[in-house]
Every structure is written in C-alpha cells, then in structure tokens.
Design a protein around this ligand. Sequence first.
Ligand SMILES: Nc1ncnc2c1ncn2[C@@H]1O[C@H](COP(=O)(O)OP(=O)(O)OP(=O)(O)O)[C@@H](O)[C@H]1O
Length: 231
Amino acid sequence: MIIEALEITKKYGRDTILSAVSLGIEAGQSIAVLGPSGSGKTTLLSLLGLLLEPSGGEIRLYDRTTQGLSDGELSNLRNQHFGFVFQSSQLIGSLTVGENVLVPARLAGKAQEKQKRSIEILEQLGLASRIHHLPHQLSFGQKRRVALARALILEPPLIFADEPTNDLDAAMAHQVTERLLALQHQGVALMVATHDRQLAEKLDRRFLIEQGKLTPISVQRKEEAIGGPLT
Ligand SMILES: Nc1ncnc2c1ncn2[C@@H]1O[C@H](COP(=O)(O)OP(=O)(O)OP(=O)(O)O)[C@@H](O)[C@H]1O
C-alpha cells in the first residue's frame, strides 16, 4: 500500500465532512472518487496527499504512520512520493513553464539532474514550444498540462488529480485522460476526483462520497453517480 487512510474523520468546526473513511491505494492502481459538489472529494485527496491533517483516524504511508510528523517532514514526503494536479495548485506566475516544471526538483536539490527530463516531459505533453512562456501566456488546457508535467518531474509513484479534465474541451480532456492512463500503464498509481464519466470508467476502482461516507460503486450505483447508463 502506498498510502492508506484508516477510519479517518475530517471536521471543519461543527461540520463533519468525512466520517470513518478508510481507503488505500496500491502501487500502479487507479481510483476514481466521485460525489456531488461539496461532498468532500478534494478534502479526501488532500488528506491522503498529506496536505491536510485528519481530525481523527490515521494515515499511513508505506505502512508507517504519518501522525506527529512536522510540516517540514510532511512536505518532504509529499515532494518525494506524490505528484499533484489540483485546481488550486497554481503555477508560479513569475517563473517560466520550464522553471515551474522544475520546482519540485529544485526543492529536492535535483534541478540540474532533472533539466533534460523536464524538456522531455514538456515535449511529450505538446508544450515544447511554450517552455519559455510565462503562465499568463498559456491557455487553460496548457496550464493544466504544465501542472501535470510538474507533477511528473520527480517520477512519483502516486499522482493525485483533482478534476483533471474539468473545464477542458473534449479533445483536451481526451488528451489528459490518455496521458493519465499512459502513466498508469507505466506503473504510476492514480487517485482522481472527477465528475468525468469517461475518465472514471477507465480507472480500476470507483468510490462515491456521500454524506461523509465513502462507498465502493457497484455498476448500478455507478450509473447513478456518473449520470446515465453504462455502455
Ligand atoms: N477550509 C475549510 N473550512 C471550512 N469548510 C471547508 C474548508 N474546506 C472545505 N470545506 C467544506 O468541506 C466540504 C467539502 O469540500 P470539498 O472541496 O472537499 O468538496 P468537493 O467534493 O471536492 O466539491 P467540488 O466537487 O465542488 O470540488 C464543503 O462543504 C466545503 O465547504
């Protein structure tokens, strides 16, 4: 198990967002988390991604507890083991595309070593001609792909993606989906919060968050959750 939540609860003030949720992800596995807006998908990904602390329960990384670790230790673990493609994980406006992609490598003291790889990833994502551009000079879909490139630079075993195809046109959503699936093919585990039915259907397991509870989606529930019969 790369990361595992054991009976975790998350409260904001009096609101219980997640209640006794358990979920783990193995190397190379892909999981879709579905649920209505505000149900707690981003919260769950943030907890498993060690960006948020649970109010109760435990999160284990490679079978070792993460309880009691300092912010610095958590930050190192995130940088080492996870890539994030989050709506909120904005690019740094004053850095070029190439520099943004290298930020995790710089934090790990590997900027020089990863320089060549950053160019290769940007080429694979069709962004080679944008390497010296600043984020404000990019389209929405291009920014999303730069965030994906940044998530891949240190070749993490697990990528968290929050609505990776949201607000993209069909062709771009297809490209991002194919890229994520290609990563899984290479052995990368994926944990994806999504409303995108086509993406969710292609992942190994699907879960629904509703009223603070996480349940595996059977075929029938999947139809309800992702809007329409399966083909
Ligand atoms: N920092 C916070 N303080 C208080 N409440 C919060 C905080 N962050 C999230 N919430 C609340 O927690 C609930 C779950 O939010 P979350 O962003 O996880 O939902 P979501 O399922 O990802 O929604 P969406 O599909 O709209 O992105 C929401 O009701 C939200 O208002």
